[in-house]
Ligand binder design. Structure first.
Ligand SMILES: [Zn+2]
Length: 450
């Protein structure tokens, strides 16, 4: 601690000695100089001499001070760029870049520099004469707009319509034009298709684009200046066409068709936002839509039954009964007439190997009274009326295998369909019934089985 204190003390002491060495000599010299002037160590001097010497001292001080001030002042000068309008300097910028920026800003505010030109020169001036870009731009606008009028240019989209000196009057004129358009379409949302904008500029009083408010109103009314858009809510009922579906059927001859279900058009209610441009529809946006009725497709049956059906050659077995055997090549009675576990069986079932697809033939000649799909479990079935109260029924035939339609006259042994497994059936077989005056009797005797 003591060592550190001594070190600091020594340091300060050395610094004192050093300062005295430098400045001591200097002050000694000034003292000698003053002593010499006023001769303090000699005899007292007269008041005249004292005045003379005092003035000399003041002069010396003034010369030194003046020199120092000139040195200081010249050191505060800096390079700058002038902004001159028609050779008159109106301001200084720090650099050419700032001068150009100020000029550009002024032109933006003015529209143009008009007939006047702006020049720049590089000079040295006192720093306090230099102004910022916005201040210079303002000065330029002041000088350039001398004799010009501040106006509001009116643009329709990007093209200049005119300029007016009264911006509020211009806004009122535009509002008036819009109100006029609204009167034409009182129930619509009305606007102009064009964008109307205003921009300030400086015009010479003689500028031909400088309009009065009444001239502006006339210009706005002129056809072609503005386009009126009006938007309306429109209700609309539309109809959707129904689809037509075709299904094939062999209950009809080729070329014949039958409508199985009438088609119905769908109805849709919609509200659209429709925009008109001078009465011409330009846009339609759906707001909402509701389906009132879905379309119902039309079903058409188209005949695929050949006019003359070639079945190839087949042999029909003539029984000892009044009917021929109703199936070609299938002779097994798998379930006879009478009681059975499933209930009373009012016909006989005929099947055998490869039963499905075997030809079913008419047991006797007659007229087809029913041919089609049974909802009672018969599947695809045919009933033939043989006259005198005698009928036969053929059930469970293959889909699309019926070869006759109600009303057809058939011959004994003529094919009427093929053995299948449709309706209430478990395995391919023909269910054959004999009906006498509407009573379903045991077919066995009529087929020569008993
Ligand atoms: Zn049966």
């Amino acid at each position: 601690m003591e060592t550190l204190f001594n070190a600091v003390y020594n340091c300060i002491y050395e610094l004192g000695l050093f300062t005295e060495k430098i400045f001591g000599g200097f002050f000694k010299k000034i003292g000698k100089f003053l002593k010499k002037i006023f001769q303090f160590n000699k005899k007292p001097f007269s008041s005249k001499a004292f005045l003379k010497r005092t003035l000399a001292v003041i002069l010396v001080i003034a010369v030194i001070g003046g020199g120092a001030f000139a040195l200081y002042a010249s050191s505060n000068k800096t390079t700058a760029v002038t902004l001159e309008i028609d050779n008159e300097i109106v301001g200084y910028a720090t650099s050419q870049t700032e001068a150009d920026l100020a000029e550009a800003e002024a032109i933006k505010l003015m529209g143009s520099t008009g007939s006047k030109t702006i020049k720049n020169n590089s000079v040295r001036v006192d720093a306090h004469n230099i102004k910022s870009v916005p201040a210079l731009a303002e000065t330029l606008v002041d000088k350039l707009s001398d004799g010009l009028t501040l106006v509001n240019e009116i643009y329709i989209d990007d093209s200049l319509l005119c300029a007016v000196t009264d911006p509020q009057g211009a806004r009122d004129a535009i509002d008036e034009a819009l109100s006029l358009a609204r009167k034409v379409y009182p129930d619509s949302t009305v606007s102009f298709a064009e964008k109307i904008t205003m921009k300030t500029a400086y015009y010479a009083p003689a500028n031909e684009k400088l309009f009065s408010i009444s001239q502006l109103k006339a210009a706005l009314k002129k056809p072609g200046t503005l386009t009126v858009l009006h938007t309306e809510c429109e209700e609309n009922v539309t109809y959707t066409d129904f689809e037509t579906v075709e299904i094939q059927t062999n209950t009809l001859f080729v070329g014949d068709t039958r409508v199985r279900r009438e088609g119905q058009n769908g109805t849709e209610y919609a509200v659209n936002l429709v925009t008109y441009k001078d009465n011409k529809k330009v846009m339609s946006e759906p707001l909402m839509s509701v389906s009132l009725n879905d379309p119902v497709s039309q079903i058409i049956e188209r005949g695929i039954r050949a006019q003359s059906l070639s079945m190839g050659s087949y042999t029909v077995y003539q029984t000892t009964g009044i009917f021929c055997w109703p199936v070609v090549n299938l002779y097994t009675v798998t379930s006879p007439y009478g009681h059975r576990s499933l209930g009373y069986h009012r016909g006989i079932d005929i099947s055998g190997a490869n039963a499905s697809g075997s030809l079913v033939v008419a047991g006797a000649s007659g007229t087809v009274t029913e041919a089609g799909w049974s909802t009672g479990g018969y599947g695809n079935y045919v009933i033939i009326n043989h006259g005198n109260g005698v009928e036969t029924l053929y059930a469970h035939m293959l889909d699309n295998s019926l070869m006759v339609s109600a009303g057809d006259v058939v011959q004994k042994g003529q094919t009427i369909g093929r053995v299948g497994n449709t309706g209430y059936s478990f395995g391919a077989h023909l269910h054959f019934e004999v009906r006498i005056n509407g009573n379903r009797l045991n077919p066995a005797p009529y087929l020569g089985l008993e």
